[in-house]
Design a binder for this molecule. Sequence first.
Ligand code: BES
Ligand code: ZN
Length: 605
Amino acid sequence: MNQPVPAPPAHRVDVHSYAQPHLVSTRHIEMDLTVDFDRKVLHGWAELSVLRRDAAAPLVADTRDLTIDRVETAAGPKGKLKVANYTLGKADPILGAPLTVPLGEGVDRVRVHYSTSPAASALQWLEPSQTAGKKRPYLFTQSQAIHARSWIPLQDSPAVRTTFRARIRTPKDLIALMASRHDFRLANPKEEPNGEYTFRMPHRIPSYLIALAVGDLGYRQLGHRTGVWAEPSEVEAAAREFEDTERMIQAAEKLYGPYAWLKYELLVLPPSFPFGGMENPLLTFATPTIIAGDKSLVSLVAHELAHSWSGNLVTNATWRDFWLNEGFTVYVERRIQEQVYGEARAKMEAVLGRQELEAEIAKLPAADQLLYIDLKGRDPDDGVTAIAYEKGALFLLTLEEAFGRERFDQFLLAYFSTFAFQGITTQDFLAFLQQNLLKKDPAAAAKVPVEEWLHQPGIPASAPKPVSDEFTRVDEAVHAWPAVPPATITKTWTTHHWLHFLRAFPADLGAAKMAGLDRAFSFTKSKNSEIAGQWLLMAARNRYEPAAARLEAFLIGVGRRKFVRPIYEELVRTPAGRVRAETIFAKARPGYHPITVATVTQILK
Ligand code: BES
Ligand code: ZN
């Protein structure tokens, strides 16, 4: 009666989840959660509706630091919930603990009553002092890569896709927002009278894209399907910075087919947000550090928007395939930027990306330089390096140049539509590549060492090298230094030029030359987060004391891992620097997200 279900092929097995979705897999999740700021917990229940492929198999869900109160099961949509047995396994430091629920005949709903831990890795509970408004607390989630399990018991694998519906109960003066469709009136969300919000995600999405934020929020519509959320005092600046969002969507649609989602909104978070951006569907989460006042850092919006195709439509089936998400997204991001802001800017961004890739390769062990990286026994966050992003994008650029834009664009369009709303592995991609591109033009295919791209460290010698004419002129200014370039030239420089300018100086340039640069351009006072981040990294490296106070303030005020990590790494290289790093971390730590705390703790170890 019970046909044994064959085990999936090795490349499809997700080593970062206990779930066995080939036996039992979740199709839909209902949630009812109360947000308790006093205790810093979420409590309530989550109910998984499952599809059973093996009649004897239990449901196995992932959890981390959850307190399970009880489990109920039911058969059919109208079936009565009955208390059920379950076991919570031993907790693994990376994976958390498996929750196993035996399923009786016909049972297809499993409701878990639980509460989260104040230390839940996905949640950051902010004090009012950490917000722009300073009056209300704030909560946000970050589920990627495997943190969703710390706030919802679920099958936390990107190969499992579900719809969901959620009721979120908040204190009355706060607004809850999920990356989904919401039922309150957009114009005046504060009308919601009793702090109860209902959300519905109509698209099937992987668990790492489930997201919630609670705080004092305002909204501004941008276009017919675009808008921005932020704390009320930040909304206007955000709306101005992101005014090109609709043009970005159109640029992507022109290449890769219609935007498949209901709308595209952004939520600007407080500065402790550990990432630049997070592509939560319908509602990208973004760091406020990209609001530069001149749109110079909006490639991040292009990036998160690009995930609406690469990642959210076509998803890595396991974290080993992460480069399919990020490498494709960086490639698409640059194609969007080129259309909206022109070729010169896209080229500069490509060159800056290549610099980041080379710097990363200089630091990483060979095994971590592979696109198809082995992450077994490791935290999938270890795979979040420039390899997945920039080496991945460079691989696609190589294919584009070998086969020509027109054919490569057609190939990607077909790729996105073929695999839409599916999780795929690197092998799946390779098979599709072989069929739809390589086989069709063996002469072009011979120019691309596909195996080397995926399985060898470093960058293949035949990789294209992006060049920027803008940067050639910046290089001239660097060569002429200490002659200060005329203001008539530097006044046309954007964030990109300045970043290239700073990076072009030797790493050990010394405090005296740093002082000269600072006198000419006041880098220590820069309000641009990217320029400040680059400059303060150089200040740490060259022990440039006049920037010490700014460095400390920056590390305390900003939790974005991309900025924080390299500066701490640089500081710990000397005994005196280590002492400083420890002193700063002691002050900054209460304001950091658990993910950033973990990163810095690792560096200081
Ligand atoms: N999805 C990522 C962020 C992420 C990756 C979070 C892995 C957790 C685990 C997001 O799309 C991203 O790539 N953000 C970048 C910005 C981008 C412009 C390179 C970031 O946060 O710096
Ligand atoms: Zn990304």
